[in-house]
Design a binder for this molecule. Structure first.
Ligand code: SF4
Length: 268
């Protein structure tokens, strides 16, 4: 899961989208990570703290679940609204009637469904003794996956963001690394996860690498026509003013365009 989901990668003859790379990769994962880090820099506020009274892991899981099929900036609005309503802890959420939750969740995808399911997730976390207890288990991934609304992407993003460096396979990664020829974007989640776990990240944690790939999918490697050359798409309307504020400008194009087999840049 990512702070702001993106549409799936696409390619096709006769469109402006980049074609799927035909040859093998011209670049490796470590070089991609290093290049993106040099371009975007590291942002500790990539997933900002918006609800300081919550433990970071709790805020992360709540935000990640709300982010499923929703943009991160909308999640931020909902998190702040839940906080203002005094319904942001797992205990409060577990006890919240769906008719109370639903209007608070407006802005993210499927508020009626989420209003029904969020209390179940909250009750699951409470029953587990809290998220920190669950994360401290010898093998927390299956425990996370047993929670309602927590799929592999959400579980791995939480693990990667709380100190366990595991690959996070989301739509951004499929699109960006797929266009670079590093992965098959249509491969099943667990297959990609295993392949990526075996690759050298050049010392970057998956928390940082995942964040960089998301940034790249937001600013340059867009679903439709990627910004291979020319300036990137600017920041979206985030609550955290530092988020993406220093990205790219001035920028003359994707830093990977010279090695990307899908580049639309005529000079690459
Ligand atoms: S050159 Fe960059 S923006 Fe263009 S398709 Fe490749 S990775 Fe994406």
């Amino acid at each position: 899961m990512s702070p702001g989901t993106g549409p799936r990668a696409g390619a096709g003859p006769g469109t402006s989208r980049p074609a799927a790379p035909a040859a093998g990769p011209r670049v490796d994962l470590a070089t991609v990570g290093r290049t993106l880090l040099a371009h975007y820099g590291e942002e500790p506020w990539w997933i900002p703290v918006l609800v300081p009274e919550l433990d970071r892991a709790d805020e992360l899981l709540l935000g990640l679940v709300l982010c499923q099929q929703s943009r991160w900036e909308r999640v931020e609005v909902v998190l702040l609204r839940l906080r203002a309503a005094g319904t942001v802890t797992w205990e409060d959420l577990a006890a919240a009637p769906p008719q109370v939750l639903e209007p608070l969740l407006r802005g993210v995808a499927y508020p009626p469904t989420r209003a029904r399911l969020l209390p179940r997730l909250a009750a699951g976390v409470v029953a587990a003794g809290g998220l920190r207890a669950l994360l401290a288990a010898p093998d927390p991934r299956p425990l996370l996956l047993a929670l309602p609304q927590v799929g592999p992407e959400t579980a791995d993003t939480l693990l990667a963001s709380t100190g366990t460096s595991v690959p996070v396979v989301d739509a951004y990664l499929r699109r960006v690394l797929g266009r670079l020829g590093l992965v098959d974007p249509a491969a099943p989640y667990e297959v990609l996860r295993e392949q990526l776990a075996a690759q050298d990240t050049g010392g970057l944690s998956w928390e940082v690498l995942h964040a960089l790939v998301v940034e790249h999918g937001i600013h340059h490697c867009l679903t439709g026509r990627p910004r291979c050359s020319g300036p990137a798409v600017g920041r979206r309307d985030y609550a955290e003013p530092r988020k993406c504020a220093a990205h790219c400008p001035p920028c003359d194009g994707c830093p990977l365009r010279q090695v990307c087999p899908s580049s639309l840049d005529p000079h690459s």
